[in-house]
Design a protein around this ligand. Structure first.
Ligand code: ZN
Length: 214
């Protein structure tokens, strides 16, 4: 694949990206940066610039709004993502999806492995694939390892909706989009999802649209 040349150093590009201030533009599917995978963070941004970059990710995620955002989604090929879920959902949805509020956190160099063999399938969407949702069967529980933004080790088991979020964001860092793992027959426009498939679980959608659930 042709690389853009000449290659401007990463830190310089991030400085440029942050210069205007406010939410960053979100890169949409089709952009190579969403497919190329990322470099492990190993000090490419100095601590002050890393802090500014993480804050910009937070502001951008809130503005979207979204519950997670990975660096490639703002055009930066670093293994960094942020998550935060205020979980403003009805009680029956909270129960079915295990969606409980998650505080803001930064995932640096994260990777996950399944805990047990449980699978959970729900509609999800992505800020880089605007307008659509699809059902994705994911590990019900995962162990996430990596670091936080201060370099402290992270080793934690996530379940419920938070497990879905960390898998989705970590996948971005490996050049994967949720559509790569989705039941494509479940692909649904946001408006249609709102009108027909706001149920806590996707069983009725699976029956009507003809796709498999685990
Ligand atoms: Zn996404």
């Amino acid at each position: 694949m042709a690389a853009p040349s000449p290659r401007v150093p990463l830190a310089e590009r991030v400085e440029e990206l942050l210069a205007p201030g406010g939410p960053l533009p979100i890169v949409a599917a089709g952009a190579p940066v969403l497919r190329s995978g990322t470099e492990r963070y190993e000090g490419q941004l100095d601590p002050a610039l890393l802090a500014r970059f993480v804050e910009a990710l937070r502001v951008t995620m809130h503005a979207a709004p979204g519950v997670g955002l990975a660096a490639p989604q703002v055009g930066v090929e670093l293994r960094i993502a942020v998550i935060e879920d205020p979980a403003p959902v009805p009680e029956e949805v909270r129960m079915a999806r295990g969606r409980v509020p998650q505080p803001f956190r930064v995932l640096v160099n994260p990777s996950y492995e399944p805990v047990g063999s449980g699978r959970a399938a729900f509609f999800e969407g992505c800020l880089s694939v605007p307008g659509y949702q699809a059902v994705v069967a994911r590990h019900a529980e995962v162990r996430l390892t990596g670091e936080d933004e201060h370099g402290r080790a992270l080793d934690e088991v996530f379940a419920g909706w938070a497990a879905r979020i960390v898998q989705h964001e970590t996948d971005h860092l490996d050049g994967l989009l949720y559509l790569d793992r989705a039941e494509l027959r479940s692909l649904t426009a946001n408006q249609t999802a709102l009108e027909l498939w706001a149920h806590p679980t996707p069983e009725a959608a699976a029956e009507a649209l003809g796709f498999e659930l685990p």
